[in-house]
Write a protein that binds this ligand. Structure first.
Ligand SMILES: Nc1ncnc2c1ncn2[C@@H]1O[C@H](COP(=O)(O)OP(=O)(O)O)[C@@H](O)[C@H]1O
Ligand SMILES: [Mg+2]
Length: 354
């Protein structure tokens, strides 16, 4: 705690303040409090006080702020400052309560690191379970490319007429398209498991969903799952880390598919809509067997699984990611059986271009 008078001169300096700033009380009493601040606040503080005296407009008193302080040794550090005002013997004094945030900020940074590491591990393990389906998915376009190329080569082995050349051209076109498709699968996969800094920007939600969908549905064709995507056009821009939110979607969609393997009706619905509170809601709904009652209460805890080969970390990672974005995630029974998972993301508002 640091107490100053109306002119900004230090009246008292607590023992904790001594430790925090490196001065002893005797050195600072009667000095201008601006000595505890780095430039430009150091030069401007007198005018802040003057301004308050003249106008009575409170910019910090009773509000509290995160600002920068300056240690005796010259380094600066983040503090949380709340200022109170009191009258003593007819004159005004200000009391500053200061909390050093250095440690808290470091903890937060470390937590962010850990969170993105965990998310990365989760992506790699989720993709691991998809490896054989992915190999299959890649093999299809590659086989097609081989076939088209061989056909073209055979057609060209004799003197081809105009019509044959047309067919050859078409075959090569198709081969190129298939190669692009294989490339897309690889690129999506590479993006998904890349270890990157988390990076939040305005993203186009429908595109994000479609890409995640393509990845999550790998290998599900043979299960005959019907997929319906219902996107609210007003909910198209969100502020997110794209890869992490795609990870949430992939986890939820993979869980939904797993849950429907024993169902007669296998319908997956992905829905978006704007909420009234500055968030967009994304829902992944299935027609599976519903949530196992025994674990329903701990679903978002790590290592809770009902599957023989399950890791049980998918939903816990989903929750970490969604909450780090300021949103929430929950589930409820589906209207027509099955389960609905919902999560919210910060809405970036409508596009200026409409
Ligand atoms: N859509 C769903 N329908 C029914 N149960 C689900 C669904 N999603 C998740 N669960 C349950 O939650 C558990 C935890 O899911 P998760 O954290 O992704 O781990 P895992 O998929 O490895 O089991 C699953 O084992 C399953 O019992
Ligand atoms: Mg899972």
């Amino acid at each position: 705690m640091v107490v100053i008078d109306e002119r900004g001169l230090i009246l008292s300096f607590s023992a904790a303040a001594e430790k925090m700033f490196g001065y002893i009380e005797a050195e600072v009493v009667s000095e201008n409090v601006s000595m505890l601040m780095p430039s430009p606040y150091r030069e401007e503080h007198d005018s802040y006080l003057e301004n308050y005296r003249d106008t009575g407009v409170r910019k910090i008193i009773g509000i509290g702020r995160v600002v920068t302080a300056r240690h005796r040794d010259g380094f600066t550090f983040p503090i949380e400052l709340s200022v109170g005002e009191a009258r003593v013997d007819g004159s005004r004094i200000f009391t500053g309560f200061i909390r050093d945030l250095t440690e808290r900020q470091q903890t937060e940074l470390r937590l962010q690191d850990l969170q993105s590491e965990l998310a990365h591990v989760g992506r790699v393990s989720e993709i691991g379970t998809l490896a054989s389906s992915l190999a299959h998915e890649l093999n299809q376009p590659l086989t097609a490319v081989t076939n088209y190329c061989e056909t073209a080569r055979d057609l060209l082995s004799e003197q081809p007429d105009a019509e044959t050349l047309g067919i050859v051209r078409e075959a090569l076109d198709d081969a190129a398209k298939e190669a692009v498709r294989a490339g897309q699968i690889v690129r999506r996969l590479r993006d998904f498991i890349a270890y990157g800094e988390t990076e939040r920007r305005v993203e186009h939600l429908p595109r994000l969903i479609n890409e995640a969908n393509a990845l999550a549905l790998v290998g599900s064709r043979e299960h005959g799952i019907e997929v319906e995507v219902k996107l609210d056009r007003s909910a198209s821009r969100v502020i997110v880390d794209r890869i992490q939110i795609q990870q949430v979607l992939v986890n939820l969609i993979r869980n939904a598919i797993d849950a429907m393997l024993d169902s007669r009706i296998r319908a997956l619905t992905i829905r978006t809509r704007t909420e009234s509170n500055g968030f967009v809601r994304v829902s992944v709904c299935d027609t599976g067997g519903g949530i196992n009652e025994e674990i329903a209460g701990q679903l978002f805890q790590p290592f809770v699984t009902s599957k023989e080969s399950g890791m049980g970390i998918g939903l816990s990672i989903c929750r970490t990611i969604v909450e780090a974005h300021g949103g929430r995630i929950w589930f409820e029974p589906g209207r027509r059986g099955g389960t609905e998972f919902h999560f919210t993301l910060p809405d970036a508002g409508a596009d200026d271009a409409g």
